[in-house]
Structure formats: structure tokens, C-alpha cells
Design a protein around this ligand. Sequence first.
Ligand code: ZN
Ligand code: ZN
Length: 183
Amino acid sequence: MSKVIRIYNSSDLQSRTLDRIAVTVRNVFGIPVSISNVSLNLQDIYDSGREQYNSTALLAKILHTFDTKDNKSIVIVDEDLFIPVLTFVFGEAQLDGSAAVVSTHRLKNQYYGLQTNDQMMHERLEKEIVHELGHTFGLYHCRDYECVMKSSTYVEEIDLKKALPCKACRQFIVDYRNSHKSA
Ligand SMILES: [Zn+2]
Ligand SMILES: [Zn+2]
């Protein structure tokens, strides 16, 4: 079972912001969280035609770059991510697995030609981090529009949901932790 959640920061975020997000993550999943700054070379997962980075290849990179045994690892990048069938993704995760990734790129107001709002970006990022980690704990998407596990295609949809799981999703996490305890 995961004894720790590892947040690997490969973005420009300040540690103050990361510390705050780590508190939320710890509260939601109930296991310790560690943060480290890393610099990942993403050249080999860059798609020059799309001018974006392949999110699934990034997941694979996480799995062979970091020790993901007995933990859940999430990498934060500033680069714009995609999977081949979609224009972009805010993040991606292995369902009931160990690796997840999230991008700040489309969480920033400036991406949409709006005024910079760091507070807003940090809230969105927190939700997306909890969301992607939720998938690594086996959670699927939730229909509750306030639940962090609700899927979001647009930032406006991220803004509508909370950083926390609904009651059912919270229970799912507890059950998941309990059933993986002995492993
Ligand atoms: Zn999702
Ligand atoms: Zn839910």
C-alpha cells in the first residue's frame, strides 16, 4: 500500500503554494505527503507538430525515473500536455496505479487572455492534483458537480467543483486504503 504521496515539482511554483496544496492532499487521502523539486528533461516527449507534450509518455517517464513502489507519485509541469485523441489534458493518471501528472499550462488565466490570478490558478491546480491522485486510488469520475472527481473539460468546470471528494468518493478512498493495508 502507498505509505506516502510524492509530489514532484517540475514547474515554476513557489514552495509556499506547494506546501498549502500538500496539506489538502494529506487531509483528503490520509497519508503523508512529500514534496521535491525536480527538473525533468521533456524533450523526448515533445510533439513538434502539436507543440505539446505527450502526457502518457510523461507517465511512463515518471515510472522509470522515480521509485514509485509503495507510493503514489504526481509530477507538476508547466508544459501543455496532450493525449492523441484529445486537444489537451489538464492531467492524466494511472487508474489504481502509482503515477499521475498535472499541468499548470491551461489553469492560468493568461492562457485565455485574461488577467493573471495566481490565487485562482493555485485553487485549480489543487483540485486537479487531488483529482488525478484520486484516479491513482482507483476512483472513477463522479457525477456530483461539486465533487473533485467530476471530470472537467474547461477551467470554468474546475472552478465549479471543490477541492474535496464527495461523501461517496471519500468513503471509496477509506475503503481503498483499508483493503490495501496488508499488501
Ligand atoms: Zn479524471
Ligand atoms: Zn464524488
